[in-house]
Design a protein around this ligand. Structure first.
Ligand SMILES: [Zn+2]
Ligand SMILES: [Zn+2]
Length: 439
């Protein structure tokens, strides 16, 4: 028989047990079997009451309330019978085992879900920590970059003010020296005037035999010229632009003036004399053997390789319909046809069909650019292993590889064979500001 403790959790045990008591036969103390009702409204099992009355002669009594009945009559109570069956079913062993199993399973699933949510909370907290840490790092980085710019400006300002102070001092000194000389001359003249006046007054009494002793007159140079234009010219200038130009050469990294390494050029690439312009041509030119040279793909590298620090350079692609550019590891295979991707040592941005830009991943990742950059900026951060591409016309970011190279890399370019009937357009390495200006 089931105990109250085994009752389903969702039913209060007291309700359950009192119902069970109500449906228990007072004779056999078990749940009714074929319950029947006497005229006094008390219920018993049909067999129990029949057995109870069997030996009795004459009137019979209700075992519960002792009421007497002259005839042995009872009524089958189907409603009570149905309730008994229900209670019997819900207290059966299989029913309870089933319930206990459901209980265990529900509990377990709740525990698992709680575990999931707790893990999720931990992950969210970790993420927030990461965001805060990264934010703080970036903040320090931004501050550092601006501090460097402020320092350059501050140094320039101090330098210029110091120069102005020295020049002003010099001008003042020149006038000051003249002023002192004139004052001295005045004093000497006053001394002489006094001596002469005394001599003149004495002539009333004595005959003047000779002029009094006079001090030698001090000769004073002409007053120095102060050229206010010459003094201010240097400072009445486009100071901001002049300073900005000076700052430009201090930028870290500032645009790096690259040149092409002609020894790496595929025989279909023509390079200008100053090594800043490369253009593809249909024919192969004669070339000297060099193991640095690309022989399969129409590629070329810059002469400047990098393996530490941060570097930035700009490339003019104009309206060329097709190109690849970026960086290539020093050790890339130059003699076979290779798919450009970080896995094969290339971090590139590419253009096909005039307006289809892609990052050189495997497979290519198409980029939706708002405009077609005429100049592309490439930023290489060797320590952070980052290669980023910018539209150098407005410095908007086009794409950034964060799985950048380890070891030495070279700026990489492919003018591509366009195959069109149009005159091929060159790739130009930009020296900015132009060398002529920066001197
Ligand atoms: Zn009974
Ligand atoms: Zn009774």
């Amino acid at each position: 028989m089931a105990t109250a403790a085994a009752a389903p959790a969702h039913v209060a045990p007291s309700t359950k047990s009192s119902l069970r008591e109500d449906l228990t036969c007072a004779i056999c103390c078990d749940l009714f079997r074929e319950p029947v009702m006497l005229a006094c409204m008390h219920h018993f099992c049909k067999s129990c009451i029949s057995r109870y009355w069997r030996g009795t002669q004459g009137p019979v009594t209700c075992p519960q309330c002792r009421k007497e009945f002259t005839c042995r009559q009872f009524q089958t109570n189907y409603l009570v019978a149905a309730m008994v069956e229900k209670v019997r079913a819900t207290t059966s062993d299989t029913y309870i085992q089933n319930l206990e199993k459901q209980l265990r399973e529900t509990l377990e699933s709740h525990r698992l879900r709680r575990e999931d949510y707790i893990n999720s909370i931990r992950r969210d907290k970790d993420k927030m920590d990461t965001i805060k840490r990264l934010g703080a790092d970036l903040q320090a980085r931004v501050k550092g970059e601006f501090r460097a710019l402020h320092q350059i400006l501050h140094d320039e300002e101090m330098c210029m003010l110091e120069q102005l102070r020295r020049e002003q001092e010099e001008e003042l000194e020149k006038v000051q020296r003249h002023l002192e000389a004139v004052k001295l001359a005045v004093r000497e003249l006053e001394e002489n005037i006094k001596a002469l006046q005394q001599a003149s007054a004495a002539t009333d009494n004595i005959i003047l035999s000779e002029l009094p002793q006079l001090r030698p007159c001090v000769q004073v140079d002409n007053a120095p010229q102060f050229d206010s234009n010459g003094f201010s010219n240097k400072y009445m200038a486009p100071l901001q632009y002049i300073t900005w130009r000076k700052m430009f050469s201090c930028l870290k990294p500032g645009p790096c003036p690259l040149t092409f390494d002609v020894d790496t050029a595929h025989p279909s690439i023509r390079v200008s004399r100053d090594k800043t312009v490369a253009v593809e041509c249909d024919c192969m030119m004669s070339y000297t053997e060099h193991n640095k040279r690309f022989l399969q793909c129409v590629n070329i590298l810059a002469a400047q390789g990098f393996q530490s620090g941060r570097h930035y350079w700009e490339v003019e692609v104009g309206s060329k319909p097709k190109w690849d550019l970026g960086v290539a590891s020093e050790g890339v295979d130059r003699h076979s046809r290779i798919k450009l991707s970080p896995e094969s040592g290339y971090w590139t941005l590419r253009l096909r069909n005039r307006n289809e830009y892609s990052a050189g991943t495997q497979p290519w990742m198409r980029l939706q650019l708002g405009s077609s950059p005429q100049r592309v900026g490439v930023f290489l951060d060797c320590e952070e292993r980052r290669v980023s591409f910018y539209n150098a016309d407005d410095m908007s970011l086009l794409y950034s590889f964060t799985n950048g190279p380890r070891g030495k890399v070279f700026p990489f370019f492919s003018p591509c064979i366009s195959g069109s009937s149009q005159e091929p357009q060159p790739i130009k390495l930009l020296h900015y500001p132009p060398v002529a200006l920066s001197g």
